[in-house]
Write a protein of this length. Structure first.
Length: 112
């Protein structure tokens, strides 16, 4: 069963709609809009938190059972390093920048 299909799964998505790395998508106003066109998310279990003060953001990283870090098409960002430092399991995209800092073991997993 895919993680997103699990009844007990809640997704916390942190960040604004502005571009921090790379460029805006050509076919959408921002990456969130593009993602929502491509995947179906349960709005009762998907929580877009927007930009958060740094102290609040660190507390959010301490809540999850896992931190999904799907960086493509972007470069590795400080948020993945923050997630690793918080001690939560990291599920990362199998891309060069992510593979440079994590290894598939007890504290991390790769998507394919």
């Amino acid at each position: 069963m895919p993680l997103i299909a699990c009844r007990h799964f809640h997704g916390l998505i942190v960040g604004g709609d502005d571009v921090s790395y790379g460029q805006r998508p050509k076919d959408a106003r921002h990456w969130r809009e593009k993602m929502l066109r491509e995947v179906t998310l349960d709005p009762a279990r998907t929580h877009f938190l927007g930009k958060l003060p740094y102290d609040t953001y660190k507390k959010v990283l301490q809540v999850p059972a896992a931190h999904a870090y799907l960086t493509y098409p972007f470069v590795l960002s400080w948020s993945m390093l923050e997630a690793m430092a918080s001690g939560c399991l990291v599920i990362g995209s199998r891309t060069a920048p992510v593979e440079e800092v994590i290894r598939c073991q007890a504290t991390s997993r790769f998507t394919h």
